[in-house]
Design a protein around this ligand. Structure first.
Ligand SMILES: [Mn+2]
Length: 290
């Protein structure tokens, strides 16, 4: 069934923030990764194609085509493919709950793992406005929070129709590194809270290009990371165990320096909090594909 007899077979594979159509996309590494992993279900958790960038200048090399072909091939071989759009491919939000030749498109969806847990799968950009204005929204109460979620989505729809660009998280974060670190932790807390609100056991999201597998307030917070900088994915094994795969760390080819290419890293590595203790790291078990 697998393209590659030695491929790692997992129950589910979660990928986000690939940004096909931009020079920063690590399409070659992603192709290598897709050759090594097969999954019953593949979730594309947003910002797979960068529609905002494509509009300002067409960049679509063969490798980007190959990624699309590789994913479609997996569908033909029996994988279920669920596409949850993000802010950079929100043109797909006009086609929600449709099915294109075996590809399902949903704004958000619940994934049930092999061990019976429910995960809210959502890109996460819906919370940008709330994250940035969390303090005064908290003062205004529940209604303001819901309104901000609504405004966030519709404001971007209008911006897109007017040909404007999406508010840039990385540009905003660069103004102040401390902002970015705060943004990440507030984003993580909000997404975990959203999972709780919908009655799920955890959340699987993307958007901030920062892979994670940790517990927040009794909820499992999983972030798929990205294929611009970190080359990470989440896999669910057949026992329901979730794992972050950091492909760049084991790949023989080291990615070229991305300094000149956009999008840029959200937070410089040295600005991030110190690594967690080894025991805790083991618990969230990060390892490369064998
Ligand atoms: Mn995004």
């Amino acid at each position: 069934m697998a393209d590659n007899a030695d491929a790692l077979r997992v129950r589910s594979l979660f990928l986000s923030d690939i940004h096909l159509g931009t020079k920063g996309c690590q399409a070659e590494l992603l192709l290598d990764f897709l050759r090594e992993v097969d999954a019953d279900e593949i979730y594309l958790v947003g910002d797979i194609v960068d529609g905002w960038k494509l509009k300002s200048g067409w960049y679509w090399p063969q490798a980007h085509n190959d990624v699309v072909q590789k994913l479609l091939r997996k569908v033909r071989k029996g994988s279920r493919l669920v596409y949850v759009p993000g802010n950079h491919d929100e043109f797909l939000r006009d086609f929600l709950d449709l099915n294109f030749g075996g590809i399902e498109v949903h704004d958000q969806i619940l994934h049930e793992s092999a061990d019976g847990k429910h995960y809210l799968v959502i890109h996460g950009d819906q919370f940008d406005l709330v994250v940035r204005h969390a303090k005064w929204l908290a003062l205004l109460g529940d209604g303001a929070y819901t309104a901000a979620l609504f405004v966030n989505t519709h404001l971007n729809w209008v911006r897109r129709r007017l040909g404007l660009t999406y508010w840039s998280l990385s540009a905003w974060a660069k103004l102040k590194v401390k902002n970015a670190v705060n943004f990440i932790s507030r984003f993580e807390e909000l997404l975990a809270a959203e999972a709780k609100r919908v009655g799920a056991d955890g959340v699987i999201c993307g958007h901030i290009h920062h892979a994670a597998n940790r517990e927040i307030d009794g909820l499992r917070y999983l972030n798929t990371g990205d294929w611009v900088e970190s080359c990470t994915a989440i896999v669910e094994h057949y026992d329901g165990h979730m794992e972050v795969i950091r492909f760049a760390e084991r790949a023989s080819r080291v990615p070229e320096p991305r300094s000149a290419l956009l999008p840029e890293p959200l937070v410089p590595a040295d600005a991030l909090p110190a690594p967690r203790p080894a025991a805790e790291r083991a618990a969230s078990s990060t390892r490369a594909v064998a």
